[in-house]
Design a protein around this ligand. Structure first.
Ligand SMILES: NC(=O)c1ccc[n+]([C@@H]2O[C@H](COP(=O)([O-])OP(=O)(O)OC[C@H]3O[C@@H](n4cnc5c(N)ncnc54)[C@H](O)[C@@H]3O)[C@@H](O)[C@H]2O)c1
Length: 281
């Protein structure tokens, strides 16, 4: 993999992947959706570096050296010489398809295109591209700089060369790539969304309070976060979109978002990023 990579999307994951790649000495260009997206993305990336400086994990000089390799733009022309482009926009198939078409129109023939989708099958998204052999799923976990694994998902047309390049990139970030079969939700979200949705259904049924359910899961099952804390951390809208994608693809009612999740999305209570979700921040 060459030294320049691009990320489309400056939200939670786009910023996280950018920060991890900058820390591994890549030149990184982030394509934001708007001028505000540029400002927000830049703030997010800076904040993670600031935390690392405060924790004495890196020096202020090392932070500056990384940040100077970052470019944030709204113009796709900036991705033309990237060797890898990672799509990290909202979990909506039509949005991703339109972004993938834009990416393909602006890159060279050997560039690998990856998607950070949490749930949409790679073979379903690859229809948007004219050369799907260079397209792959690269599912990072949140927060990217901390989590040590990424799912690698090959579509029906993904080439072995593309798979190898994707694994090599993930390893270069100090993470372990795990290859999983193309299937709605892959492994992580197939398990996790069922768990969060069942917790929300139990809450809707009045079986326990959100604090009670989170305490049982943390203290009894030894998870680091309860399902509601985690849903707020991921983003309630992101959880809702992922559940809907898996529900549609598998036609499995267990993934139909529970009432409390649907209501929070309607009210714009999207979790930590909007200062309120299941909890207030
Ligand atoms: N949040 C998580 O914990 C998590 C974990 C792993 C994977 N993912 C996946 O990563 C992707 C992004 O999720 P996120 O949590 O960063 O969401 P987010 O809502 O924080 O960010 C999405 C970003 O996409 C941008 N966007 C929307 N349409 C766009 C377009 N047409 N062009 C350019 N940018 C556009 C938005 O402006 C926003 O900045 C999704 O596919 C999600 O499923 C999320």
């Amino acid at each position: 993999m060459g030294n320049k990579i691009a990320i489309v999307g400056s939200g939670t994951m786009g910023s996280g992947i950018a920060q991890a790649a900058l820390s591994s000495n890549y030149n990184v260009v982030v394509i934001a959706h708007s001028e505000q997206g540029k400002i927000d993305g830049s703030k997010r990336i800076n904040a993670v570096f600031e935390k690392a400086v405060a924790a004495k994990a890196i020096t202020a000089q090392e932070k500056e050296a990384c940040i100077k390799n970052l470019q944030i733009s709204t113009d796709y022309a900036a991705i033309s010489d990237a060797e890898l482009v990672i799509e990290a926009v909202s979990e909506i198939k039509e949005v991703k398809e339109s972004v993938l078409k834009q990416i393909e129109a602006h890159i060279g023939n050997s560039t690998v295109i990856a998607t950070n989708t949490s749930s949409i099958p790679i073979s379903a998204l690859s229809g948007a591209l004219s050369a799907p052999s260079r397209f792959i799923g690269m599912h990072f976990f949140n927060p990217v700089p901390v989590m040590k694994v990424a799912e690698v998902i090959n579509g029906a047309s993904t080439s072995t060369e593309t798979i190898n390049k994707a694994k090599e990139f993930i390893e270069s970030l100090g993470k372990i790539p795990v290859q999983v079969k193309d299937s709605p939700g892959f492994i992580a979200n197939r398990l996790l969304m069922l768990f969060i949705n069942e917790a929300a259904t139990a809450l809707d049924e009045g079986v326990s309070s959100k604090e009670g359910i989170d305490a049982i899961v943390k203290l009894g099952l030894h998870h680091p976060m309860g399902p509601f804390e985690l849903a707020d951390f991921i983003g309630i809208d992101v959880c809702n979109d992922i559940m809907l994608e898996i529900y549609k693809d598998k036609n499995d009612m267990r993934f139909k978002p529970s009432n409390s999740i649907t209501t929070l999305v309607k009210e714009g209570k999207l979790g930590r990023k909007s200062m309120e979700g299941f909890y207030k921040y």
